[in-house]
Design a protein around this ligand. Structure first.
Ligand code: ADP
Length: 486
């Protein structure tokens, strides 16, 4: 943390109603560097009273914030964006330190996260209602779009910065006030963003951050609160389901961005070099720890061996190391449980007949590092077919027909990202329409963009983040019926 130049970005406690609440006997916990386990900073746990205070502050701030002209909110968001860009080096460093991803990737995440702030600063002024032709001549039908109210956002550790801006920027753009609960693994990036929001001039109570190791405590209070009208969550399907159940009593509007089990299909007419490039980008980014990472790579039998060989050559070149190592491509996994999961999934696969083409073991660097791994002879009965690996392991399945692979690709309760490589235009349309996924990368391994709607179907969740649809999740449509117009 000594290397962070702008020390004002470093905070150790929750941000509520414009102030950093600390002391008063609050307990603390260490945020650690996943590359070596070293403590980075001791941060204070928010109490139950802190969570209630954040909700009350956001409630109090809502009426005046929603009443601001859209242009004023646009200007605030733009200032926040400018400050994020000004501080990109420090923000990337904080992110790499607490999350482990290579510095270049962390910079990429800060830019990507900031792009949502920029985008929604522009969208803030484009929230339109409608006038709808009425069924009788003495009536007029109008719709207004209004901010839903106080929003709670619960975010994960794999994108400590971008998962926050992707929710918070559209919420603020339309006039909602927010309470963010970042992952306990990576709260420092969230607190740095809050500091910059404060500097940008957002009024007190408009943006609050709750830091706590007791996620369920904060989650329960959010779910039970009738003041919070909307909960936006990114994380595991298991926790998402808990939050959905707990939100039933207050009938909250929910956005759920949950787990994935992305198929990555390589057809025999694909450009194999492009497919290898896409597979690496999709599979090994963030050491395989994204919900859109290729989780099952299906390769048509005629090109299976050639694809596996080309992939091996490229993956062998990926350097593993700490975020600031030269030319590093793969950092550590987030914690011990993540390494154990990857080890279990590889052992399960090899126990059932899979072959290790590359890697297969924890990395000699120790701690949470794992070798980039390729498995061949992988089959449907292995755990890697149904579980999200969340690690640098590429399992290669062989298929023969288009019909067969569509069936296999859709054979999962998940439906977030999917990818395929093909050149035949008929096939491209057939497969795009048949995949039961919210997103399809066609001859492309990187699909996220602030201009596109990110989100899933089935048990991968609901709601869309980014794009012209991104504000919908934070708006209510109000219908005005004007009568007596004769
Ligand atoms: P992951 O497996 O990616 O860590 P989680 O779903 O466990 O995903 O975590 C995502 C976010 O959900 C984190 O901010 C975490 O603190 C939070 N979280 C975990 N359990 C709960 C819970 N019971 N209630 C509310 N939030 C939770």
């Amino acid at each position: 943390m000594d290397r962070v130049k702008n020390k004002s970005l470093l905070h150790k406690s929750s941000f509520i109603n414009g102030t950093w609440v600390k002391g008063d006997g609050r307990t603390s916990f260490n945020v650690t560097n996943p590359a070596n386990g070293a403590p980075l900073m001791s941060v204070e746990n928010a109490t139950e009273a802190d969570v209630h205070l954040a909700i009350a502050s956001a409630e109090k701030a809502f009426p005046s914030f929603r009443s601001l002209p859209a242009k004023s909110r646009a200007i605030l968001l733009r200032k926040w964006y400018d400050l994020i860009i000004e501080n990109i080096d420090d923000l990337a460093l904080i992110l790499s330190l607490e999350q482990g991803k290579p510095l270049a990737e962390a910079r990429g995440e800060i830019l990507y996260g900031a792009s949502y702030v920029e985008w929604f600063s522009e969208e803030a002024r484009r929230i339109y209602g409608d006038i709808i032709p009425a069924a009788s001549s003495d009536k007029r039908i109008l719709t207004l779009k209004q901010p839903i109210g106080v929003v709670a956002a619960i975010t994960p550790w794999n994108f400590p910065s971008a998962m926050i801006t992707r929710k918070v920027a559209p919420a603020l753009a339309v006039g909602c006030t927010v309470i963010i609960k970042p992952s306990e693994e990576t709260p420092l990036s969230a607190l740095a963003l809050a500091e910059l929001a404060k500097q940008a001039g957002f009024p007190e109570g408009v943006l609050n951050v709750i830091v706590t190791k007791d996620a369920a405590m904060a989650g329960d209070i959010f779910c039970q609160s009738s003041v919070i009208r909307k909960l936006s969550f990114t994380g595991s399907t298991a926790v998402g389901k808990i939050l959905m159940r707990k939100s039933a009593d207050t009938v909250k509007k929910l956005s759920m961005e949950l787990g994935g089990n992305a198929p990555f299909i390589v057809f025999d007419d694909a450009d194999l070099d492009a497919a290898v490039k896409g597979a690496i980008a999709s599979k090994y980014r963030n050491a395989g720890q994204t919900c859109v990472c290729a989780n099952r790579i299906f390769v048509q039998e005629g090109v299976y061996d050639a694809f596996a060989e080309k992939l091996k050559i490229e993956v062998e070149r990926l350097n593993v190391g700490s975020f600031d190592t030269k030319d590093v491509a793969i950092g550590p996994l987030i914690n011990k449980a993540a390494i154990e999961k990857v080890t279990r999934i590889i052992a399960d696969a090899t126990g059932k007949g899979a072959k290790i083409l590359l890697g297969g073991e924890p990395h000699a660097l120790g701690h949470h590092f794992h070798q980039p791994t390729i498995l061949t002879n992988v089959t449907r009965d292995m755990a890697c077919f149904s579980e999200e690996i969340f690690g640098p392991v590429a399992p290669l399945y062989k298929f023969s027909s288009e019909e067969e692979v569509i069936k296999l690709a859709n054979d999962t309760p998940y439906g977030l990202a999917s990818y395929f490589y093909a050149r035949d235009i008929g096939r491209i349309w057939r497969v795009s329409e048949a995949l039961e996924y919210g997103m399809v990368g066609i001859n492309e391994g990187i699909i996220s963009s602030e201009a596109a709607p990110f989100g899933g179907v089935k048990e991968s969740g609901n709601g869309r983040e980014g794009s012209k649809y991104g504000t919908d999740d934070y708006l209510e449509i109000k219908y005005l019926c004007m009568g007596g117009l004769t």
